[in-house]
Design a protein. Structure first.
Length: 290
């Protein structure tokens, strides 16, 4: 399908020219293909947040270029607003940005700013609410009367209603209980499958990245250290651990089995894959063909 996001030597230096200048992202060149579900991981201070803030023009690069759908974002700074509709960014704890008197009005805020007709706004609110499992009764409520998980869904629906080509989510499940976490991430994955929208998910949870992402970008010390399929990235679990990152618990178990001399692969990163691998290993020991 081609690249929806393309970076060329993208660099961001905070306080350039000052004694305390710091390089947040350093000479990044990469592409994100349209329709991909990409996980973005890295330790605190690795440059993740700075990078995603470039995706919809919150930051202007110190040097280098960023292309969205083949267009140079900063070729004409007056046109930057259109890129903010192409790339929807859901910040961490987005419920703190809810402010309208009803859920319906909050979801409609983005489409209204796009200058759409009333009918188009109603249709977009309805579709975004359905995708995020927000029923008609909830639409009439104040967002401040909702639970944390419900507020999170409303905030995500508000970005989805703008129908961005790219949906970027910064720790969308942060602070939620396990059930709320699974609900939010399952809905994002379902939205991705249903619409084909490109999704970039930033998360500290390796389990979430392993379960939902098809590709993973690993950042460390302002640079991209790995960018590959989820399977290939987690096959390099020992390198990830050396960077101070975690890996899924199931991956740690399989690394331990390898240390014990058991011939199992190192790239096991989900429970279903682990079950399949163990069954195959047992069958192999029995001399069966799997």
């Amino acid at each position: 399908m081609g690249a929806i996001i393309r970076a060329e030597h993208l660099t961001q230096i905070y306080g350039q020219g000052m004694p305390d200048a710091s390089t947040a992202i350093d000479d990044l060149s990469f592409e994100i293909e349209e329709g991909d579900f990409v996980g973005l991981i890295g330790s605190t201070g690795s440059g993740k947040s700075t990078l995603i803030n470039h995706f919809n023009g919150i930051l202007k690069p110190t040097s280098g270029k960023l292309y969205i759908d083949g267009q140079d974002m900063w070729a004409d700074p007056k046109q930057i607003r259109k890129f903010r509709f192409l790339v929807g960014l859901v910040f961490q704890y987005p419920e703190y940005q809810l402010f309208e008197e009803t859920v319906e009005k909050d979801i409609a805020y983005g489409p209204i700013n796009m200058g759409l007709s009333e009918q188009e706004i109603r249709e977009r609110v309805k579709q975004a609410a359905e995708l995020c499992e927000i029923d008609a009764e909830m639409l009439k409520k104040s967002p401040f009367d909702l639970s944390g998980g419900q507020k999170r869904r409303v905030a995500i629906a508000g970005v989805i209603a703008m129908r961005p080509r790219v949906l970027v989510l910064d720790e969308p499940a942060a602070g939620l209980d396990p059930e709320g976490r699974d609900n939010i991430l399952s809905q994002i994955k379902a939205y991705h499958k249903e619409t084909g929208t490109t999704v970039v998910l930033v998360s500290h949870s390796m389990e979430d990245i392993a379960k939902y992402a098809d590709k993973v970008i690993v950042m460390n010390q302002s640079k991209i250290k790995m960018y590959d399929t989820t399977e290939k990235v987690f096959a390099r679990a020992e390198e990830l651990l050396q960077m101070g990152l975690s890996v899924p618990q199931v991956t740690k178990i399989f690394l331990k089995l390898r240390e014990m001399g058991i011939n199992v692969p190192a790239n096991v990163y989900t429970i279903p894959y682990a079950v399949k691998t163990i069954l195959a290993h047992q069958a192999e020991k029995k001399g069966e063909i799997v």
